[in-house]
Design a protein around this ligand. Structure first.
Ligand SMILES: NC(=O)c1ccc[n+]([C@@H]2O[C@H](COP(=O)([O-])OP(=O)(O)OC[C@H]3O[C@@H](n4cnc5c(N)ncnc54)[C@H](OP(=O)(O)O)[C@@H]3O)[C@@H](O)[C@H]2O)c1
Length: 276
């Protein structure tokens, strides 16, 4: 089993750099999928209240018998609950069956709502009270980070953003890091769409690896935290094994050359999903 490196966050806690995401995993399949992921060796699971599958994640954790401190759990605050973050957190914590959550994120800034600073202040209190080990943000653009940092005390531990070879947001990633905020890449495989690129196939052949392993090794080589999703236990293992693969600086550059500015998900400047 590949050894996944731990990264230190800005408050000193560590996070396994390669984790497992459960977006779009149906609630009634989540326990099975997360049990498979834990059996494959993942020790970092990324869910959200908006995915409606926190209970399945919790059931898998409980059934696994793995000591709590060996697994890192992230969940996220729904957009519609930014005005009641403390209550929303309690609901998530109960669904997960946990006393302490490792990382709690604001899922989207929803600037049109004007509530993310208030939500963050409530999350600062949850953190100070000890119910969450680190707090962070997701989908925050530079102006959202600026507003947040100007009005609050704790610097986010991570910014979880869409990031894959054809959409790297390198300016936002650098700005996040400049504040000491770790970059967590979501949709790291471009939801599978980035795997067919010529540069990736060439590297896969050279390393006797799969295209997904090349893309994940690229993320790891750039210090991104990465959370690929797969419902298939063979692909789960394939993705985790990327932790054993190192790309040279020239190979990292070859993958970085695939940037095309093609966003897959929503634009955080506009997104205001009510279901998330
Ligand atoms: N914060 C946010 O707003 C946000 C938004 C999106 C995602 N996320 C997080 O990021 C996680 C991952 O993102 P994502 O699910 O959007 O996309 P992704 O991980 O880039 O891609 C998942 C897709 O790739 C396929 N796949 C996985 N491993 C593969 C492999 N080795 N070879 C070929 N295909 C493979 C999966 O199919 P199979 O399942 O059939 O293997 C699935 O269709 C999510 O689960 C969630 O935790 C966060």
């Amino acid at each position: 089993m590949a050894t996944v490196p731990n990264l230190s966050l800005n408050n000193g806690i560590t996070i396994p750099q390669l984790g497992f995401g459960v977006f779009q995993v149906p609630p009634d399949e989540t326990q099975r999928v997360v049990e498979d992921a834990l059996a494959a060796g993942y020790r970092h699971i990324d869910t959200a209240a908006g995915y409606s599958n926190e209970a399945g994640v919790g059931a898998a954790l409980a059934a696994s018998g793995i000591p709590r401190e060996e697994i890192f759990i992230t969940t996220k605050l729904r957009n519609g609950e930014q005005g009641s973050a403390a209550a929303a957190f309690e609901t998530s914590r109960r669904a997960l069956g946990l006393d302490v959550v490792d990382l709690y994120l604001i899922h989207w800034p929803v600037p049109s709502q004007g509530l993310f600073v208030d939500a963050w202040k409530a999350m600062e209190k949850i953190h100070v009270d000890g119910a969450v080990r680190a707090i962070g943000v997701s989908n925050f653009l530079e102006d959202h980070l600026k507003t947040l940092l100007a009005g609050t005390k704790i610097i986010p531990a991570v910014n979880q953003i869409e990031l894959h070879p054809t959409f790297q947001q390198s300016g936002l990633a650098a700005a996040s890091r400049a504040h000491g905020i770790a970059v967590e890449a979501y949709s790291p495989l471009g939801q599978g769409q980035d795997l067919a690129a010529g540069a990736i196939s060439e590297l896969a052949e050279r390393h006797n690896a799969t295209p997904a392993q090349i893309v994940l090794a690229w993320h790891l080589g750039l210090d991104n935290i990465v959370i690929p999703k797969s419902a298939d236990s063979t692909r789960m293992r394939e993705n985790l094994a990327a932790a054993a693969l190192t790309l040279s600086p020239e190979e990292l550059d070859a993958v970085s050359g695939l940037e095309s500015g093609a966003r897959i998900g929503a634009d955080p400047a506009e997104a205001a999903f009510s279901q998330l």
